[in-house]
Design a protein around this ligand. Structure first.
Ligand code: XIL
Length: 651
């Protein structure tokens, strides 16, 4: 009896200990400083060993490798403290000195061999690899390099693996903050390099002594990447007729601070004015929310009832599926931004409805072009380009691991491309680069983006927008952007020539534009497409399709589709959304009817249409969120437009 009692107590203690560990977030850290291998196993025919890379600094070396990419280091999930179904955060450092550039990745060591995190792996410097992934296959973890580093040795160090437990996530996700400032400044502080200060009185927080627009009340919040938050506040100023206010976020990652403006509103003198919006944070180490002005830099102001909370979004996984129902006609897809891609549940919902995905922003030049690294490279070669794919990786990795094809958007565009791309030395002081240099940069950029994405995610990207929005709305001529100014009128033909040269066999190359059905733009587009078709490198035209309720007419869209298809090109509806002015039952019905009519038209053109892709899923995260243009509301529930599309095809 006594013994049983004793055992019970022991098991209760063990259980309590396990529960404590679970709540704390398990995982493992390996810095190799004791010179011992903590359990990494050699895969393939290499030799792994813990030794010093500089005096007194130990790391894990993976050497004597053959040409096989599976000559790598494996780690069992048990040693890393990971169990099936865990959400895991990983970071590690890697080094190689082969003189070549390759890719370093964490992947499953079996099953799908899916990639969980990866990074470009240049020679001669320690690189940081970081990612959040769902451990969904009962496989070891493999730290590997790609074929570009065949036979080469590499090193690993400072491997940190943290399991983000559901309980921890729940705790943070349940964030429900609101302050009436009755208990003082409540953790808020003045963001200022000088004289600004805050004080709380009468249920409001007031900031004075501001010297710049960013001088603001700010507060740290434990936000979780990919979670959907509602943020709101009332602001008031008594200094000027009108002032624009913003709720913004500041976040750090890898020591670099960056900012986002979440919502903006104008406050008239003496009026408490509300500003609020949905915010889905991207992946950062920490987050500060703050309230600033975007003009009238230094006026004092007050705020009250700041809140941030997390809606319980229950994704409707049991709906009829658009992608399944329309599969006989075309693939239905959507655009996804990074913060959405970081939320696995949200992505699982998207994957249930959509069969092709595009990055809403993260494959555009302003995300991909690495200004600093390119500037350094340009010192020896003006045409050198360095790229980074970090922002797109959460989406690309999800799609790769779930077998969802991706459409690439976009290689060349006059917007979201830093002006530095066109400058000599990528530097503001030296003027624009010559045609020859710009052609070299264009070729290098297209080559790198296509080859890097292909290397990291073989076969994933099935089509690309090579050039976006090159035709002038008013006269149908070429838009006078910096590509045209630096290269000349043939820049589009050149881009398609390079894209064809570096695209994987079978990848579909598109020209993409908006306001297609309207003249004189349509004629301009047709002329450009005729030239591109004669050159033989274009496959497809992308109709962006950002439409309103009343315009364009179905006939206009129909005619434009027919005339473009008659050139022998395939069609994509690439960025569809339909705006409404107010969120009323009548408007939602009109929107539903309009979606159904357009899809009906697309079905009639199904022989030519490859994909119909929405520009987002839920209204709150749309680029036109104030006009509710999508199929799902902010709680991810289907709107009448979704129901109409299902009803139409299910008949
Ligand atoms: C939009 C994104 O959705 C926004 O988040 C961004 O701020 C601006 O660009 N035509 C295009 C898309 O080709 O790339 C644009 O996307 C919408 C219009």
């Amino acid at each position: 009896m006594e013994r049983v009692g004793f055992m019970k107590i022991i098991s209760l203690i063990v259980l309590a200990f396990l529960m404590m560990c679970a709540a704390m977030g398990e995982g493992a850290t390996f810095d190799f400083e004791d010179g011992m291998n903590p359990g990494f196993a050699q895969s393939g025919s290499c030799v792994i060993a813990v030794n010093q890379h500089t005096e007194g600094n130990y790391s894990l070396s993976i050497g004597k490798r053959s040409q096989n990419d599976w000559d790598a280091a494996d780690l069992s999930p048990a040693k890393a403290g990971i169990a099936l179904g865990d959400t895991v955060k990983i970071s590690f450092k890697a080094y190689q000195s082969s003189g070549k550039t390759g890719t370093i990745a964490l992947a499953y060591a079996g099953g799908s061999y899916g990639i969980l995190a990866s990074a470009a792996f240049p020679s001669g410097k320690w690189v940081d690899v970081e990612g959040i992934f769902d451990y969904s296959e009962e496989q070891n973890l493999r730290f590997k390099v790609d074929d570009a580093l065949a036979n080469e040795e590499y090193r690993l160090d400072d491997i940190r693996i943290t399991v983000l437990h559901a309980e921890e996530n729940d705790k943070k996700q349940a964030l429900d903050y609101q302050s009436d400032f009755s208990a003082g400044t409540d953790g808020w502080y003045a963001r200022s390099a000088g004289t600004a200060s805050i004080s709380a009185q009468d249920g409001a927080l007031t900031i004075t002594g501001r010297e710049a627009t960013w001088n603001s009340p700010g507060r740290d919040f434990p936000l979780i990447a990919g979670t959907t938050y509602q943020v709101g506040v009332y602001v008031r100023q008594d200094a000027v007729d009108k002032a624009d206010f913003m709720i913004s976020a500041a976040h750090f990652r890898g020591g670099t601070e960056s900012y986002e403006n979440i919502v903006k509103a104008t406050a008239r003198k003496g009026e408490w004015t509300y500003l609020g919006a949905t915010y889905v944070p991207g992946l950062y180490d920490n987050y500060v929310l703050y309230v600033e002005t975007s003009n009238n830099g230094t006026i004092p102001f007050s705020m009250r009832d700041f809140f941030v909370n997390c809606n319980e979004v229950t994704y409707p996984m049991d709906l009829s599926s658009l992608k399944e129902l329309y599969a006989p006609y075309f693939v239905v897809g959507t655009a996804v931004t990074q913060s959405e891609a970081l939320n696995k549940e949200r992505m699982d919902f998207y994957a249930s409805q959509f069969g092709i995905v595009t990055a809403g922003n993260e494959l555009k030049p302003d995300f991909v072009f690495d200004v600093g690294a390119s500037r350094r490279a340009a010192k020896t070669d003006e045409t050198a380009v360095v790229i980074k794919l970090d922002a797109a990786k959460p989406m690309l990795t999800y799609c790769y691991n779930h077998g969802i094809p991706v459409h690439g958007h976009t290689l060349l565009w006059h917007q979201q491309t830093p002006e530095t791309f066109f400058l000599l030395g990528y530097s503001t002081s030296k003027g624009y680069a010559s045609r020859e240099i710009m052609l070299g940069r264009m070729e290098n950029y297209i080559k790198l983006v296509m080859e890097e994405t292909e290397k990291l995610y073989p076969g994933l990207i099935v089509s690309w927008d090579v050039v976006n929005e090159a035709i002038n709305d008013n006269n149908g001529g070429l838009r006078d952007g910096l590509w045209r100014q630096t290269v000349g009128d043939d820049y589009i033909l050149k881009a398609f020539e390079f894209a064809r040269k570096y695209a994987r066999e079978g990848v579909i190359l598109c020209y993409n534009d908006y306001s297609t059905p309207y003249q004189p733009k349509l004629n301009g587009i047709l002329k450009l497409l005729t030239d591109l078709t004669a050159q033989g490198n274009i496959d497809c035209y992308g109709f962006q399709s950002h439409y309103q309720l009343g315009s364009p007419s179905i006939k206009q869209v129909d005619d434009a589709m027919t005339s473009i298809a008659n050139l022998g090109l395939k069609l994509r509806v690439s960025e569809m959304d339909i705006t409404i002015d107010t969120y009323t039952p009548e408007m939602l019905e009109k929107q539903a009817k309009r979606y159904a009519e357009l899809f009906d038209l697309y079905m009639r053109h199904a022989d030519d249409i490859l994909a119909v892709q929405l520009w987002g899923v839920t209204d709150d995260l749309s680029w036109l969120s104030g006009q509710y243009p999508l199929l799902f509301d902010r709680l991810a529930q289907p709107k009448p437009a979704f129901e109409a599309l299902i009803a139409q095809i299910a008949q």
